[in-house]
Design a protein. Structure first.
Length: 259
């Protein structure tokens, strides 16, 4: 049976505690001495390999001098292990970035917007998301609803560069770009990121305007693993041809390359 990765809450708590220690200008060995803990214990908590209890988190935050809302947020992460929905995108994006770094395969679906892993910096800035990088040894599958190809995010020049970037990304051996055409009609898609780890259970991330949701329980993740989107998406070669046709047609039938 696949083992479980640190829960999203444990991973976010680890990030928060590490940031708090650094802000307090304390070395892990100093913290261990103050609390009479071992230094490896501090290290395992800060990497998420060991979930900190509420009592441990409280002790660490007291040493770091963390109070108020920040303390409340971090303590709440030590108490909850279910689906994580919290209106702190910066903390959740840090957690997502760590999962992406460790995943062996990432499946991302874009409906209104293009998937984050295939965005150009210009496109990402317009939609207010961080710029993501795809490691060449990591398998990535980007499902894109055709509507996202036509939506003029940032204007025609930004979109022309973005669509060219999609074609370029699709040429990488570890990246698949799959478009769900208008002709497919209704489909079971939706914006999400599925992270697969090979020897550990998968995690799903759903981002909304000012919050996000992590799913890690098997029953919650299973519908995304069994998604039927693949059946309605064009194959990679036909997907690229469709993207190229959108580039050539441009907005409202104009020539996008020339804008």
């Amino acid at each position: 049976m696949p083992k479980q990765k640190p829960t999203p809450q444990a991973r976010a708590l680890a990030e928060g505690l590490r940031d708090a220690r650094r802000a307090a200008r304390l070395a892990a060995t100093e913290v261990a001495d103050k609390l009479a803990w071992s230094q490896p214990t501090i290290s395992r908590i800060e990497t998420g390999a060991r979930a900190a209890s509420a009592e441990e988190a409280s002790a660490l935050l007291a040493v770091y001098g963390v109070t108020g809302e920040t303390r409340d947020v971090l303590l709440s992460l030590s108490r909850d292990s279910g689906p994580w929905w919290f209106a702190d995108l910066s903390l959740q994006r840090k957690t997502l970035a760590q999962y992406e770094k460790e995943a062996v395969k990432i499946v991302e679906f874009g409906t209104v917007l293009l998937p984050g892993l295939v965005r150009t910096p210009s496109y990402a800035r317009v939609v207010g998301s961080p710029v993501a990088a795809v490691e060449r040894q990591k398998k990535v599958v980007a499902y894109i609803d055709e509507g996202a190809l036509h939506r003029q995010v940032g204007g025609s020049r930004v979109m022309a560069n973005q669509l060219r970037h999609l074609v370029s990304m699709a040429e990488r051996p570890n990246v698949q770009v799959r478009v769900i055409p208008f002709a497919a009609g209704a489909h079971p898609g939706g914006a999400y990121v599925l992270l697969e780890f090979g020897d550990a259970r998968s995690v799903v991330y759903l981002e909304h305007r000012r919050s996000g949701l992590f799913l890690h329980r098997p029953a919650d993740v299973e519908p995304y693993l069994q998604s039927t989107v693949d059946a309605v998406a064009l194959d990679p070669a036909r997907s690229v041809r469709l993207i190229e046709s959108v580039i050539e047609a441009g907005p409202q039938g104009g020539h996008l390359l020339g804008q």
